[in-house]
Design a binder for this molecule. Structure first.
Ligand code: F6R
Length: 369
């Protein structure tokens, strides 16, 4: 079943190009998104949505956070992302014009299931993004858009995450077309970006060995920080989660803009910090800000590992290590930037002799509250 791989996790990380490609398969036809599973949601209804609430836990919630940036930009609908277990107990404001989108690899996470049921009782319409055919959450939802990542066996979610983002992006672009918020040219450009992701993922995966070396010399590290901004922020959170769960190392992700509001006090000489650097092309306003964050932490002795676009030279004078991702439009960078972080957590766990498929205290699907 592992097909020659040393672990399910290594296999699943390397299957990410197919996970995205299969999730897109048959759903982009003649420059338009075609999602037959959403037949039930007519164009009229999709035009009438006033708000989207994404509910999920853990890694799936980070996929939702990434998609929030894209869906708001493309479809001009406010999107909020909430952890399922918080959502249900705060009397959320729901109505028929609120669309609730749940994201769950297993489709069995109890908190997410209960949140979906609650949302329906309150009159909201529900769509499930799920990787498991016939699971409970899709059965309890008005419609399901399956991610086709294939079975995910390792406890830590990897290929399901990129597939979740791909499915949410398809949905966002569908919504944008129906609502007329993107010109046909812009829509086509975004779809082309999405279709280019699998090949780019292959390129990032090819750097695995470098990340492995990095992880080996960091095996004794006790704490690692992750910084990101815009779509890089949820990636920082995901990088930290992966490292906690796989390598049992204290890790925290921050929005880079928050640094001076507190977290910069954590920086002391030798503190490793991963920084997800936005592209200098797309996000003209953000790139110099993140580079200046790198300078600030470097000046306080941080050991900086930058994840930056190929050719971005601005980070070179300040970063101790630079991991490169291929050029992509800003909203597509998270799909690529997450890979070195997944690899880093996995390699570090292996360097510590840990079981990367079955981290302690964790279960693959959390079917209790
Ligand atoms: C982290 C991880 C968990 C899951 C979370 C939700 O690597 O795997 O955080 O993402 O438990 O699980 P699903 O997606 O099955 O609802």
């Amino acid at each position: 079943e592992k097909g020659g791989w040393s672990s399910f996790m290594r296999k699943e990380v390397s299957e990410q190009p197919e996970a995205v490609a299969n999730t897109l398969l048959g759903r982009i036809v003649d420059g338009a998104v075609v999602i037959p599973e959403l037949e039930d949601f007519g164009d009229e209804e999709l035009r009438g949505i006033r708000r989207i609430t994404v509910i999920a836990c853990g890694t799936a919630a980070y996929a939702g956070m990434v998609a929030k940036y894209a869906i708001e930009q493309w479809a001009r609908v406010p999107v909020e992302v909430e952890l399922s277990h918080e959502f249900r107990y705060r009397e959320p404001v729901l109505d028929p014009e609120t669309l609730v989108v749940s994201v769950s690899q297993s489709g069995e996470t109890m908190d997410t299931l209960m949140a979906v049921k609650y949302a329906r009782e309150q009159g909201a319409r529900t769509i499930s993004i799920c990787n498991t055919q016939g699971a409970t959450i899709p059965r309890e939802s008005d419609a399901v858009v399956y991610t086709h990542a294939g079975p995910e066996v390792a406890v830590a979610s990897t290929k399901a995450f990129v597939a979740q983002i791909a499915a949410l992006y398809l949905f966002g672009l569908h919504l944008a077309r129906v609502r007329g918020t993107l010109s046909p040219e812009k829509l086509a450009a975004q779809l082309a970006e999405l279709q280019a992701v699998p090949d780019k993922l292959q390129t990032v995966l090819a750097q695995g060995e470098r990340v492995g070396e990095l992880a080996h010399w960091m095996a004794d590290t006790r704490s690692v920080l992750f910084l990101g901004r815009h779509v890089g922020y949820p990636i920082a959170l995901e990088g930290a989660l992966k490292l906690k769960e796989l390598a049992y190392i204290h890790a925290e992700g921050f929005a880079a803009g928050e640094l001076k509001h507190g977290p910069i006090a954590l920086i002391e000489p030798g503190q490793p910090v991963f920084v997800v650097v936005p592209s200098p092309r797309g996000s003209a306003a953000l790139h110099p800000k993140v580079v200046s964050n790198i300078q600030e932490i470097r000046a306080r002795g941080a050991r900086v590992i930058a994840i930056a676009e190929a050719g971005d030279a601005a980070v070179l004078p300040y970063a101790d290590e630079v991991l490169r991702i291929p050029l992509a439009a800003p909203l597509f960078e998270p799909l690529l930037a997450v890979v070195p972080l997944q690899l880093f957590a996995m390699e570090l766990a292996q360097a510590k002799g840990l079981d990367v498929d079955q981290p302690r205290n964790l279960a693959k699907s959390v079917t209790v509250e």
